[in-house]
Design a protein around this ligand. Structure first.
Ligand SMILES: Cc1cc2nc3c(=O)[nH]c(=O)nc-3n(C[C@H](O)[C@H](O)[C@H](O)COP(=O)(O)O)c2cc1C
Length: 444
């Protein structure tokens, strides 16, 4: 029997991935304290979540010409701290919860990322995961020494080579490399460690790598590319794949396609776990949940949406009238998230879309289309998607933090457990054990 996977969608910032969440009274304001992250970790572990993961972005949203005042004034994701540093208090407060962080392959060297995450895997006793992103945003590029982000498909080509280097280094210390025998004065077995001597199109990295293998072999690889090229990359490398399909039928198709892609690439499809992003709004009764959601809908401002659309598409949405159609040239010049733009263009067939269309279709700046209802209503949705094989699990987003996770763990988790869909306890010590994934072995 498949076991449902639950992932907490966390941010090292002043809000959840819903920018208006900081305005909610059930959000804690101490987001810059270790206690905040420790508390969230404890809540998710009490709810037997297999994984918590932090997203990342290397910059602040802004309008054209570098106008960032609205981001600060309205708190539109104006804080963005390093996810790994924020994860450490969470790691210290938990023992079983998997812990993932996003790191970009466009702005760091693969050796650095390989070392950071393998170290993290030791410090969490085999609970670490890396969400591999290519980064889509020019603001990030300008913070990290470049003018523009790398062109869409090229950044995935570079990312493929980046993965070769990281996984190459992770595979250089075979099991049994460390001997640590004081009597024979032998620390390690040199025959079990090698260099990778990588010289590629985009990267050079020699080795030997300086971190031995962790208890789970190496950190879990997460990927969430939504475009065609992004999905190809995910099928190649992702052990957990995050999807955000708005509807069930396309999600089933996407699930089937991704698993088939994995088989075609020689992978075991059961070793690729597909987790769908969702935003439950739950209360003891349906009427109360609807009231809760109605309140959440009062939180966003128009600036939230326009600014976050600008950030995602590398185009100044503040420069257009709200109902002014984009020209074909303007649409062409948008260079950020291909997946989001494609969805808008596909939905508006008979005319050119406007900023309002982008807001309505993507709901950017608002809480993404939530599942609202009683514990039974929400559990029904989880069961429907899971049993229809639209996904293997869920990335649970929050209208407010920690309030949404406290509600979910108290109200929905027991209902999923009662139905036999979700684990009542952890299965093992490492993240791979808790996800039912084998430990990658390196023999030499
Ligand atoms: C649940 C989820 C979390 C994501 N987290 C991040 C993130 O932290 N940073 C980021 O740049 N993109 C993030 N993304 C976006 C994708 O990783 C990807 O970068 C984006 O879709 C653009 O790639 P595409 O052009 O292939 O669609 C996330 C997507 C999903 C569904």
């Amino acid at each position: 029997m498949r076991d449902m996977i639950l992932v907490g969608f966390l941010q090292a910032q002043n809000c959840s991935n819903f920018a208006g969440s900081w305005r909610h009274p059930d959000s804690r304001s101490d987001f810059a304290s270790p206690e905040y992250y420790a508390h969230i970790g404890k809540v998710l572990e009490a709810g037997k979540f297999q994984l918590a993961f932090f997203d990342d972005r290397l910059g602040m949203p802004e309008f054209h010409g570098g106008r960032f005042a609205e981001a600060i004034e309205h708190g539109i994701r104006s804080v963005k701290m390093d996810p790994i540093a924020c994860m450490m208090p969470m790691a210290m407060a938990t023992t079983r919860l998997g812990l993932g962080a996003t790191y970009s392959v466009s702005y760091y060297q693969p050796y650095h990322v390989a070392r950071l995450f393998m170290t993290l895997d030791h410090m969490t006793k085999g609970r670490a995961a890396w969400n591999v992103v290519t980064s889509m945003n020019d603001i990030e590029a300008q913070n990290m020494g470049m003018e523009r982000s790398v062109a869409h498909d090229l950044r995935y080509d570079r990312a493929d080579e980046f993965m070769d280097v990281v996984l190459g280094h992770w595979g250089t210390w075979a099991d049994g490399s460390v001997i640590y025998n004081r009597e024979t004065r032998r620390f390690g077995d040199a025959s079990k460690v090698r260099r990778i001597d990588h010289v590629g199109e985009h990267f050079r990295s020699r080795g030997p790598f300086t971190v031995p293998r962790s208890s789970q072999g190496h950190p879990l690889i997460i990927q969430a590319g939504q475009s065609g090229r992004g999905r190809k990359f995910a099928a190649q490398w992702g052990e957990a794949i995050f999807t955000s399909n708005p509807n069930l039928e396309p999600a089933i198709q996407n699930y089937t396609d991704l698993k088939a892609d994995a088989v075609n690439l020689g992978r075991n499809p059961d070793h690729m776990l597909i987790c769908q992003l969702c935003h439950p709004v739950v209360a003891p009764t349906r009427a109360e949940a609807e009231d809760k959601f109605a309140f959440v809908e009062t939180l966003p401002t128009l600036e939230d949406s326009l600014m976050l659309l600008s950030e995602n598409n590398n185009f100044d949405f503040g420069s257009k009238g709200i109902d002014e159609p984009f020209t074909a040239a303007e649409l062409d010049s948008m260079s950020g998230s291909q997946g989001g733009k494609d969805r808008v263009v596909a939905a508006i067939k008979d005319r050119m879309p406007s900023p309002r269309d982008f807001i309505t279709i993507t709901r950017r700046g608002k809480l993404p289309p939530p599942w609202v209802g009683s514990p039974k209503d929400v559990a029904d949705k989880f069961e429907e998607w899971f049993t229809a094989k639209a996904c293997d699990g869920f990335v649970v987003g929050a209208a407010c933090v920690p309030g949404s996770y406290e509600d979910f763990v108290t109200l929905v988790v027991p209902e999923l457990q009662r139905r036999g869909l979700f684990q009542k306890d952890y299965k093992g010590a490492t993240l791979r054990e808790n996800l039912g994934l084998p430990r990658p072995v390196v023999e030499r």
